[in-house]
Design a protein around this ligand. Structure first.
Ligand code: AMP
Length: 210
């Protein structure tokens, strides 16, 4: 089973992917997170990836496809893509090489997305994510789990946020029609409670016939 979660940054893809992967015991494939890990490991590929991310650009397709294939190569009963595909070329690659069962589109307006991204924080040590508006830590600026400092991702400042919103409309939004034409799209209003969104997504997934 392959499910794709799509939507503008801040729409809650990651939150929903975590809930769904736990519920169905599927592997959550968060490309952005995998890339940040590669950067933290200071590997050769990590250095290359850093150039793209710091410039607010998408990482090159060769790196993306290699990462995807390495992950799909692990035999799991299901995969949840969060942050892939992001371009029409990547969408073509995915449907031509793998069977996609459903694409969940989390629909959110730009202003709300911008506000949510500006409020994101992440633990500098264990990577646990917070939102100072909707999911604040118990002690301001400190991780609840390991007490290390919370930081803002380098691409979560205004310039980076606006660049990514622009990129989303230019490169990722066209995937809406691409998947709709293939009868794979399920649209959810992302401006609802997390639990409500989760329930609507699970109802759609449970209707899939394999
Ligand atoms: P995210 O955490 O999903 O916002 O991703 C962080 C960064 O990783 C993005 O701004 C891109 O530079 C890169 N990235 C994530 N997913 C992809 C993808 N499908 N294709 C290319 N680059 C990606």
């Amino acid at each position: 089973m392959i499910i794709v979660l799509m939507g503008i940054q801040g729409c809650g893809k990651g939150t929903q992917a975590k809930l769904l992967s736990k519920h169905y015991s599927w592997q959550h494939i968060n490309l952005g997170g995998m890339f940040r890990k590669a950067i933290a490991n200071k590997s050769k590929i990590g250095k290359e990836i850093k150039h793209y991310i710091d410039a607010g650009k998408l990482v090159a397709d060769e790196i993306v496809y290699e990462t995807i294939e390495n992950t799909l190569g692990k035999k799991k009963k299901g995969f949840l893509f969060d942050g892939f595909p992001r371009t029409l070329a990547q969408a073509h690659y995915l449907v031509e090489n793998h069977v996609v069962n459903k694409v969940i589109y989390l629909d959110l307006d730009d202003d709300t997305a911008r506000a949510r991204m500006g409020a994101r924080r992440v633990c500098s040590n264990c990577n646990k994510d917070y939102n100072i508006l909707s999911k604040p830590p118990k002690v301001e600026g400190k991780c609840d789990v390991c007490q290390h400092d919370l930081i803002r991702r380098t691409d979560d400042y205004l310039e980076g946020i606006n660049k990514r919103i622009h990129l989303f409309h230019e490169q990722t939004k066209p995937l809406y029609d691409f998947f709709k034409q293939r009868d794979l799209l399920f649209v959810v209003d992302a401006n609802q409670e997390i639990e409500v969104i989760n329930k609507q997504i699970m109802e759609a997934i449970d209707l899939i016939e394999e």
